[in-house]
Every structure is written in C-alpha cells, then in structure tokens.
Design a protein around this ligand. Structure first.
Ligand SMILES: Nc1ncnc2c1ncn2[C@@H]1O[C@H](COP(=O)(O)OP(=O)(O)O)[C@@H](O)[C@H]1O
Ligand SMILES: [Mg+2]
Length: 225
C-alpha cells in the first residue's frame, strides 16, 4: 500500500540547563506503511517519545525531514500543523485523558465535535466505534466506573472515531497489567486488519513484538536492526 510517513536524516537535539546538548535522535530514516501496525520499541530514554512526537507533528526535528502523505510537514506553518493533528492524526497516551464528568459515549462524541465531524452522523459513528472496541454495552458508564483497560479502549474509540489517517500511541499499555495490555495491542491489530487503520505505537515491552507488522528498535537515539 506504500508508506504514509517517511523520515529523512531526522535528528533531535535538546539543550539542557548546563549548556550541554543531548542528541535524543540521530539520523533516523524510517518508513511507516499505510494500513499496518508499526511498533517503535526501546528502553526508557532510547528516544521513542521524541520520535513519535516528531512523526505526529507535536515537535520539530533539529535536522532532517518528515514526509506525511508526501508533504514535508516540518516546514508547514503552525496553523497547518495544527489542522493536520486535528483532522488527519490522533493520539493515545499512556495515562488515559478522558473527561471524568462525561460518560464513554460523551467522551467519544466530544472528540468528534472537535474534529468537526458532521453533526447528523455523530451518534451513529459513536455507536459504531464503541462496538469496534467492544464497549457497546458500557457506553454510558463514566470513566470512574470502568477498569483501566476499558478506559484505554474508550480513548482508542475516541482516537479512531473521526477516521484519522494515522493513530499515534505512546506507551498506551504502560499502565496496564500484562493481560490487559495484550488485549489493547490485539485491538490495535484488529483495527488495522479489519478497518485498514494505520497505527504507530511505542513500547518497552518485548512481549508485544510478534503482533506488529513492523518493528523499529531504538537504542540511544538510533535505529538498530
Ligand atoms: N525536553 C527535553 N529536554 C532535554 N532532554 C530531553 C527532553 N526530552 C527528552 N530528552 C532526552 O532525550 C532522550 C530520549 O528521551 P525520550 O524520547 O523521552 O525516550 P523514551 O520515550 O524512549 O523513554 C533522553 O535522554 C531524555 O532525557
Ligand atoms: Mg517515552
């Protein structure tokens, strides 16, 4: 199907307090294939978050380019990058950021509102994605009435509802127990296989590797084979 994202000579340096520089990413050249589940793995501090943030237009590289759908997004204006994040991308984080005063349905519906999803199609779409993540029976529960795994599934439903081109998930399983974590990754796999979604997730957990279509391993800011 071809690649949706590719990077060319990506580097990211951070200046720290004492004036020294940390090279968090060094010459990263990778391709993210459309309709696949890609895992970025590596130990804590290896550069996973730095890389996924740059791929997802949350941060810019010090050097190099990111091509998204053929366009160099490192050179876009902040407004264009904001639009890209809102309509073409979505994000799932380690700690689930659901609104505690809203039930699952309302959380997902709220996400659709932010991405200007057509009003008259929202209800149908919310019910559909709640079914996709296996939560249609718990749709009207608040986050506090759900387990950690269920909350993460609501966050995933919210992330996929507006049908983004790419879903970015930074350590989405880090706060879940092993069995629940595996469920979440299997759900990602299902979304990829059945609905052709493109998902990129980071993890430091080696047990998830065989579920991915493609694994890139980071070590000290570099991709290793
Ligand atoms: N804002 C920052 N300022 C300074 N150093 C940073 C910053 N963000 C990340 N780093 C450093 O970059 C390296 C990679 O960090 P990170 O991408 O968060 O790794 P991971 O997500 O794999 O744990 C680490 O050495 C980290 O200390
Ligand atoms: Mg990280």
């Amino acid at each position: 199907m071809g690649s949706i994202i590719s990077t060319e000579g990506l580097c990211r340096d951070f200046k720290i307090g004492d004036g020294s520089v940390v090279s968090a990413l060094k010459n990263i050249n990778i391709e993210i294939e459309q309709g696949k589940l890609t895992i970025l793995r590596g130990r804590s501090g290896s550069g996973k978050t730095t890389l996924i943030n740059i791929l997802g237009a949350l941060d810019k590289p010090t050097k190099g380019r990111v091509l998204f759908d053929g366009k160099d997004i490192t050179r876009l204006s902040e407004r264009k990058r904001d639009e890209l994040r809102r309509y073409d991308m979505s994000f799932v984080f380690q700690s689930v950021a659901l609104m505690s005063s809203m039930n699952a349905y309302e959380n997902v519906e709220f996400g659709l509102r932010l991405s200007k999803f057509p009003y008259d199609k929202r209800d149908k779409r919310v019910r559909e994605v709640m079914r996709n993540v296996g939560l249609d029976k718990r749709m009207f529960h608040r986050p506090s009435e759900m387990s950690g795994g269920e909350q993460q599934r609501v966050a995933i439903a919210r992330a996929i509802a507006h049908d983004p081109k790419v879903v970015f998930a930074d350590e989405p399983t880090a706060e879940l127990d092993t069995a629940t974590a595996l469920h979440v990754v299997k759900l990602f796999k299902e979304l990829v296989a059945e609905y052709g979604m493109t998902i990129i997730m980071t993890t430091h957990d080696p047990s998830m590797m065989d579920i991915a279509d493609r694994v890139y391993t980071l070590e000290d800011g570099e991709i290793v084979e």
